[in-house]
Design a protein around this ligand. Structure first.
Ligand SMILES: Nc1nc2c(ncn2[C@@H]2O[C@H](COP(=O)(O)OP(=O)(O)OP(=O)(O)O)[C@@H](O)[C@H]2O)c(=O)[nH]1
Ligand SMILES: [Mg+2]
Length: 332
């Protein structure tokens, strides 16, 4: 009897918009070469923008979206089933999992560790990305949210270094170097350009620990109940105006909608000048050409209230007035 080799499985976790999908795309473009890589993404919203982007930009990769539904809650129970599905469709050399920024990475790792034997996967050191711009010794030590990410990491990546000053980068590295137990690696990066070496490392807590007792109740853990996802897919016939979109998204980014803050937004739009990918991440609006060209789609997260599709569409397609544009540019 031949035993199929275990599929190495990497998890790339981190807060919303930190650069997880960028890191996966970089790996696929630069390092994947002739491997058959499967990617499993769990987007926060109902549309699955990350899997759309990955499938369009890396067409040779098997991409599967874990149904979000109730964001992280559904994801945990769906995860082993989704992995099984992905592995049964094709022989894979490597599997990369991007949990939603809303999910607790430790809980995702627990689920994977418990299922690794049955799924014939071998869990590799967990990569956790953080935004260097957010770094501050006091904050990282005090705020539970950062503990959650730092503790789950075998490899800690300080991303977005292009936006942080040199002294902050140095302080972040020094702080992370003193963590106990020590991390396998602490690296700095921009745009998710992770060194190949990180995907070849072994060891770390994901490797050495035995399956844990089920002290987490996978079906009843909760994400922040004040955070609400939304999303839509629109017909290809509907064309948007780039300038209108950009200015309206800037307003939404800085001022929110109906007293709700937009924590994250990502969309692909059919515009009068082509296809554009427009995002709000880390209180910033960015736009770049999109490889996905099939339909207009967008998803968002708001807090403390939900914003529905009709309302957000009204806001992003609203006619511009010059006064407002000037005001927005000045308030940046
Ligand atoms: N300036 C800067 N922008 C970055 C960096 N990494 C990623 N971005 C941009 O930030 C936005 C979000 O990046 P993603 O890779 O989608 O982040 P993510 O963590 O997958 O986001 P979610 O899946 O929504 O949580 C994109 O517009 C990226 O181009 C970085 O190091 N510096
Ligand atoms: Mg992503």
């Amino acid at each position: 009897m031949t035993i199929a080799p275990k599929t190495p499985c990497h998890i790339i976790a981190g807060p919303l918009g930190v650069g997880k999908t960028s890191a996966i795309l970089h790996y696929l473009r630069e390092h994947a070469s002739h491997q058959r890589v499967g990617v499993l993404v769990n987007d926060f919203g109902p549309v699955g923008l990350d899997s759309t982007t990955l499938a369009a930009e890396a067409p040779e990769t098997q991409v599967l979206n874990v149904p979000g539904g109730c964001i992280c809650c559904t994801m945990l129970s769906e995860l082993p089933r989704s992995i099984r599905r992905l592995l049964s469709e094709q022989q894979l050399d490597r599997l990369i999992i991007e949990p939603s920024g809303m999910a607790s990475p430790a809980q995702v790792i627990d689920v994977l560790r418990d299922a690794q034997q049955e799924l014939n996967i071998s869990l590799q050191p967990a990569i956790v990305m953080l935004n260097t711009v957010d770094f501050d010794e006091e904050t990282f030590e005090r705020v539970v949210y950062y503990h959650m990410f730092c503790e789950a990491a075998d490899i800690l990546v300080f991303n977005r270094c292009d936006q942080a000053d040199a002294s902050k980068i140095e302080r972040a590295e020094r702080w992370a170097g003193k963590l106990d137990p020590p991390k396998l690696r602490v690296v700095t990066a921009s745009y998710g350009k992770l060194p190949l070496e990180l995907f070849e490392l072994t060891g770390g807590t994901t490797h050495t620990q035995e399956p844990r007792a089920h002290h987490h109740d996978h079906d009843h853990h909760s994400h922040d109940p004040t955070i609400h996802p939304g999303g839509f897919v629109l017909d290809i016939e509907r064309r948007f105006d780039e300038e209108v979109l950009l200015v309206n998204l800037m307003r939404i980014c800085y001022q929110g909608i109906d007293r709700n803050q937009v924590l994250r937004l990502k969309g692909v739009f059919h515009t009068k000048d082509g296809w554009q990918s427009i995002e709000i991440a880390n209180r910033e609006v960015t736009m770049r050409p999109s490889a996905h060209r099939r339909d207009t789609r967008m998803e968002w997260l708001t807090q403390p209230g939900a914003v529905d599709q009709a309302r957000i569409l009204e806001e992003i397609d609203r006619p511009l007035n010059r006064q407002e544009i000037t005001g927005l540019l000045e308030s940046r």
